[in-house]
Design a protein around this ligand. Structure first.
Ligand code: ADP
Ligand code: MG
Length: 138
């Protein structure tokens, strides 16, 4: 099934000038870029985006990290986009991430892990519409 998923190049990835590399990796893996932008989240927006984690001990720190600089949200499309993107991102903790994955190659820590990716159809719908309107997605 052709799906859409939301990727975000997080503030650490943008700061390290990895935006181009990561987009190239998506295209090399058969993803189409359907929409893309650059912005800085407010604390309130970051809290809303990560509401599923609001009871977790790392929530405050995650919100601070995600608002420390610009991010690049991207709508990606391909067959099995959600799972495929999770594959090329690698595990949340870069120590556990497989060789060749984005997080293995570039992430510093379990928190500063370069990219976000939707984890289900339901979250992909919520996350895509968090950043993009229907008419932004080509
Ligand atoms: P993923 O991004 O792989 O889907 P989660 O949804 O579990 O991971 O967590 C969301 C984000 O919260 C992670 O990408 C990471 O930035 C941060 N995070 C997750 N677990 C921890 C942790 N134990 N300590 C600090 N930050 C964490
Ligand atoms: Mg997640």
């Amino acid at each position: 099934m052709i799906e859409q998923t939301l990727s975000i190049i997080k503030p650490d990835g943008v700061k390290k000038n990895l935006t181009g590399n990561i987009i190239q990796l998506f295209e090399n893996n058969g993803f189409e870029i359907k929409a893309i932008k650059k912005l800085i989240l407010t604390k309130e927006e970051a809290e809303d985006f990560y509401y599923v984690h609001k009871e977790r001990p790392f929530f405050r720190s995650l919100v601070d990290f995600m608002t420390e600089g610009p991010i690049v949200p991207i709508v990606l499309s391909r067959e099995n986009a959600i799972l495929k993107n999770r594959e090329i991102m690698g595990a949340t903790n870069p120590k556990d991430a497989a060789e060749g994955t984005i997080r293995k190659m570039y992430a510093e820590s379990i928190e500063r892990n370069i990219v976000h990716g939707s984890d289900s159809l339901e979250s992909a719908k919520f996350e895509v519409s968090f950043f993009f309107n229907y008419f932004d997605i080509i």
